[in-house]
Write a protein that binds this ligand. Structure first.
Ligand code: SF4
Length: 325
């Protein structure tokens, strides 16, 4: 069995549901009947969480038969309905074998690009994944700083993960996959300042690692209990992330006051054009990943737009950018 997001099942013709944005990537998760052996405070799959294991952030991932899913993935890729497969994992003993098996099964039937999102693995396992056909490896830091990491997915959360271990594994992944083929996830709203987020994104960009931004999503029965991030905080970091990841600006040129971004290090006309384009507010991550509404509440802030924001949406975003300054 394999867990598959509801949006992906719709594209595969395996679920009927209304949707205003289909995923461009197939979102999959390895199936394991138990819970993750780790205990990240924001995750429904965590060892001590009482939440259902079918959820990842706001997404629901019901289990389906692997053979059927793999066959349909090949057809969907052939017809350009899905452009990438993303395999998310949890920490359990047989995970590396299950992951390799699934990558090989997908590769047997199609040339679909494959991303895997994994916790730090030995360098040889990363090489094996690359040889099996994985083109992007993502090792989620989730936290922007070491201090937040310790609280939400390190020792204080009852996890075996360490900040240095994650950074070192990201470095190994860049050695194995090359710059631009390694990513990480950053969850915003866990207590980081905008200045800290910009510093981290700059360090990642220099290392050839692309960040995908997520809004913290409170999930029932998990240990971290915070509010989702303020729209202004998220929007300003999105703009900075777009500028830093594309080397349009640099952390050293940006200005901050009380931890908030007050200058982006580029001319106002240029900044206005970047904001008007709507691009900084679209989902970031691996190529062709749009993760529709994975962290959005119905009727709430759309943190990551799965397609180019409309003129009206850009007007709303501009107002949100001023919030909290
Ligand atoms: S950025 Fe998207 S495709 Fe890449 S690992 Fe994250 S969710 Fe998957």
């Amino acid at each position: 069995m394999i867990r598959v997001s509801m949006g992906t099942l719709r594209v595969l013709g395996m679920e009927l549901l209304e949707n205003d944005a289909d995923p461009t990537t197939a979102y999959l998760q390895l199936y394991e009947p138990g819970r993750c052996s780790q205990n990240c405070g924001f995750c429904s799959q965590a060892r001590d969480s009482k939440s259902g294991t079918e959820n990842i952030a706001r997404g629901v991932y019901p289990p389906r038969e692997t053979k059927t899913v793999v066959e349909r993935l090949a057809k969907a890729f052939k017809h350009k309905l899905l452009l990438r497969a993303c395999i998310q994992t949890m920490n359990y003993e047989a995970m590396p074998y299950d992951l390799l098996y699934l990558v090989k099964e997908i590769r047997k039937t199609s040339g679909m690009p494959i991303s895997v999102s994994v916790y730090p693995l030995p360098e040889e396992s990363l090489r094996e994944l690359r040889r099996a056909g994985v083109d992007k490896i993502v090792i989620p830091l989730d936290a922007v700083t070491e201090e937040i990491f310790d609280k939400v997915k390190g020792a204080q959360a009852g996890c075996g993960y360490t900040w240095q271990g994650h950074l070192s594994s990201l470095g190994d992944a860049v050695k194995v996959m090359g710059k631009g083929n390694v990513g990480t996830h950053l969850i915003l709203g866990l207590g980081e300042t905008e200045e800290e987020a910009c510093g981290r994104i700059q360090m990642l960009a220099y290392s050839g690692i692309y960040p995908a931004l997520f809004a913290y999503t409170p999930i029932h029965e998990t240990s971290v209990r915070m509010k989702p991030p303020e729209a202004g905080h998220y929007r300003r970091i999105q703009v900075a992330c777009h500028l830093l990841a594309n080397s349009i600006s640099f952390y050293s040129r940006m200005e901050f006051a009380d931890g908030k971004i007050t200058g982006y290090g580029i001319a106002k006309e240029y900044l206005d054009a970047v904001i008007e384009s709507g691009e900084p507010f679209m989902t970031r991550g691996c190529e062709d990943c749009n993760r529709p509404y994975s962290t959005e509440e119905p009727g709430g802030v759309i943190y990551n737009y799965p397609k180019t924001p409309t003129e009206g949406e850009v007007e709303l975003i501009k107002k949100q950018m001023e919030q909290g300054l």
